[in-house]
Design a protein around this ligand. Structure first.
Ligand code: ATP
Ligand code: MG
Length: 622
């Protein structure tokens, strides 16, 4: 089929289109209305239908392939591998569901999951889905303050946690942070369920804290039937990464999300039941929700949960997993691939990766250098996909399951089915012509699977994301992009990352892309810094592949001169060994910019390694 026809149908007759896609999942009660958009911008999909995410991810597969692997949890931190078949997964999830019920969790209650990448985290998520509790997974690397604000916001009745995570062989205790966060928050959970991995000592609060192993032992034979939920009841809350400011609590539904995941697993990820999917993200992020836990299982695939670094015990670890479990589809982020590019290639080459059919990358712009390098190493298509915590599944990509259309270097692809993507001129509000830069917006209603609202704050949802254009409502992605004549989009950075040099508006991303084409640059961040004469100038911070090579500031500047012209040339290029990033691998340009302008770097709760900011301060002082 031609993708263009498939897409047209999805936007011209969305109700017919999504009615058909809805057949990809099991419904306990059929829906009576495909879409209710009577109160824009709030969209309600599959109204009246009753279904359940856990049923579709787990129970549904037990009769046909109950003995096949469903969840494979691998940790190179603790040197453990645990594999659960669909039947075993169902048994564990029922134990978890029973434990939660015994601790007072009821339908609609929030359960906060603050866990490392261990199988129990997935059991807890699926158990919530099974009984209609709303999970809020908080990335295990967050410190007490970030955790406290999420406890405060979601008011969980139960928190599920563990003694510790582990990073690079070092235990990272969770429990002291959790206790501190609960102390900081005005909302207190009634109970805390703790998985003891034996990594760090843990104190217990009498009457509140419960040990998982002991409680599990009394629920071994638990049978907890699925709670059928109306399609629009909430399934979970997940906060955005906080790259551009205060995180927003994205709330998602049940039916629309299940359908969107089933559709994207088929049309985008070409996942087949019985095969193995490997997403290298973390359950604390949206990729972890959609494509570690729910998506692959809904498609009947085995899914891999990996705890550990991509380069430990050696840089071949991911490819050894691909080899051992015959992974067919892999999902990662450009930042991880850049890390691998800096390693000796032998580690990757020695593994048999012939099972792999495609690598999907998302989360930040995929530069041509990284993309071409990994394509060459793997010999499979590299499929960029652009989306957000808010949307839950790709907005832009190439739907290889519909048509084997070509990808274009530097472009995540075309608008995905269901998304009426528009580029809007920031000043005039008019729709952009081909090759004209604009803000990437989506005309409402958002398709199934996207956020329903900001948790507990409908007004913030409307005010933050939506603007009215005539009789239409437009959702803003806050990203800046351009579309070529064939409908391929190019993301030029975030709307707050545009710089204005002597009246020229430049996306920091364009300059970064140009600089990374230098063979000795592995990574770069470009920010706009206040300048008395030009308004703003671009300043670059680059990481060299080989720091001993004679690459200097001038070399980098001439690359930009040649490719973009002197107007885009950075005023300064500094060399560093590390860049400040969020825990999800996104560049914290706003913090770098603040330091360059002598301001406070702002909210740093999501930063990966604060020492990266000190490096920026140091090079600036030289
Ligand atoms: P916050 O909204 O709190 O500032 P965030 O936007 O970083 O955080 P996410 O939802 O995790 O949180 O990230 C989505 C953003 O990541 C997109 O809006 C876009 O800027 C960027 N992004 C994701 N995928 C791609 C991609 N394939 N190409 C370019 N940019 C991407
Ligand atoms: Mg965002």
């Amino acid at each position: 089929m031609k993708y263009a026809d498939f897409y047209q149908r999805s936007v011209v007759t969305p109700e017919e289109f999504w009615r058909d896609e809805a057949a990809l999942i099991d419904w306990n009660t059929p829906f009576t209305q495909v879409l209710d958009y009577s109160q824009p911008p709030f969209a309600r999909w599959f109204v009246g239908g009753r279904t359940n995410l856990c049923h579709n991810a787990v129970d549904r597969w037990c009769s046909a392939q109950g003995d096949k692997p469903a969840l494979i949890a691998i940790s190179t931190e603790t040197n453990t591998e645990r594999s659960y078949s669909f039947n075993e997964l169902r048994a564990e999830v029922q134990r978890w569901a029973a434990m939660m019920q015994s601790l007072g969790v009821r339908k609609g209650d929030r359960v906060l999951i603050y866990m490392p990448m261990i199988a129990e985290a997935a059991f807890a998520m699926l158990a919530c889905a099974r009984i209609g509790a709303v999970h809020s997974v908080v990335f295990g690397g967050f410190a007490a303050n970030s955790l406290a604000s999420r406890i405060e916001d979601a008011k969980p009745v139960l928190i599920v946690s563990a003694d510790a995570g582990s990073r690079n062989g070092k235990a990272i205790p969770y429990k002291p942070l959790l206790d501190e966060a609960i102390a900081l928050s005005s909302s207190k959970p009634a109970r805390v369920l703790l998985v003891d991995r034996g990594l760090a000592p843990m104190s217990r609060v009498e009457g509140r804290d419960v040990d998982y192993a002991a409680l599990r032992a009394s629920h071994l034979a638990a049978q907890v039937p699925v709670t059928w939920l109306e399609s629009n009841e909430p399934s979970y809350i997940l906060y955005t990464s906080g790259t551009t400011g205060k995180p927003k609590g994205v709330q998602r539904d049940v039916g629309g999300y299940a359908v969107a995941l089933a559709a994207s697993m088929k049309h985008n990820f070409c996942g087949k039941a019985g095969e193995t999917f490997f997403a290298t993200s973390d359950i604390g992020w949206v990729v972890g929700h959609s494509y570690i836990v729910y998506g692959p299982l809904i498609a009947g695939m085995a899914t891999i949960m990996y705890e550990g670094l991509p380069i430990s015990p050696d840089p071949g670890i991911w490819w050894s997993i691909v080899e051992k479990y015959k992974v067919t589809r892999m999902f990662s982020a450009p930042t991880a691939i850049r890390v691998l590019r800096k390693q000796p290639p032998e580690f990757m080459r020695k593994h048999d990766k012939s099972s792999l059919k495609a690598l999907y990358l998302a989360g930040e712009p995929l530069d041509e250098t990284t993309s071409s390098w990994i394509a060459g190493e793997l010999g499979v298509p590299i499929i960029d996909n652009y989306w957000q915590t808010e949307t839950g599944w790709p907005i832009l990509s190439i739907a290889k399951g519909i048509e084997d259309a070509p990808t274009r270097l530097g472009s995540p692809g075309v608008a995905m089915y269901g998304y009426k993507v528009k580029l809007v001129n920031e000043t005039t509000g008019a729709e952009c012509a081909a090759n004209e830069k604009g803000v990437v917006m989506i005309e409402g209603p958002l398709p199934p699977g996207c956020m329903q609202t900001v948790y507990g704050n409908d007004q913030r949802f409307v005010d933050t994301y939506w603007t009215r254009h005539g009789d239409k409502m437009l959702y803003s992605t806050f990203d800046w992009g351009v579309r070529d004549a064939d409908g391929y989009y190019f993301i030029l950075g975030r709307t707050d990352d545009v710089i204005n040099v002597a009246g020229h508006r430049l996306g920091t991303r364009e300059i970064e892309e140009s600089i990374t084409s230098h063979p000795n640059v592995s990574e770069v961040a470009v920010v706009g810094v206040e300048d008395k004469v030009k308004g703003q100038v671009a300043v670059a911070f680059a990481i060299l592949k080989d720091a001993s090579a004679a690459t200097n500031e001038q070399d980098i500047m001439s690359v930009v001169d040649r490719q973009l012209g002197a107007v885009a040339r950075p005023a300064r290029v500094y060399f560093v060994t590390q860049l400040p990033k969020t825990r999800s691998g996104k560049l914290l340009r706003r913090s770098i910019q603040a330091i360059c302008e002598g301001r406070n770097p702002g909210d740093l709760t999501s930063i990966e390694d604060p020492s990266s900011l000190r490096q920026i301060e140091q090079v600036l002082q030289k």
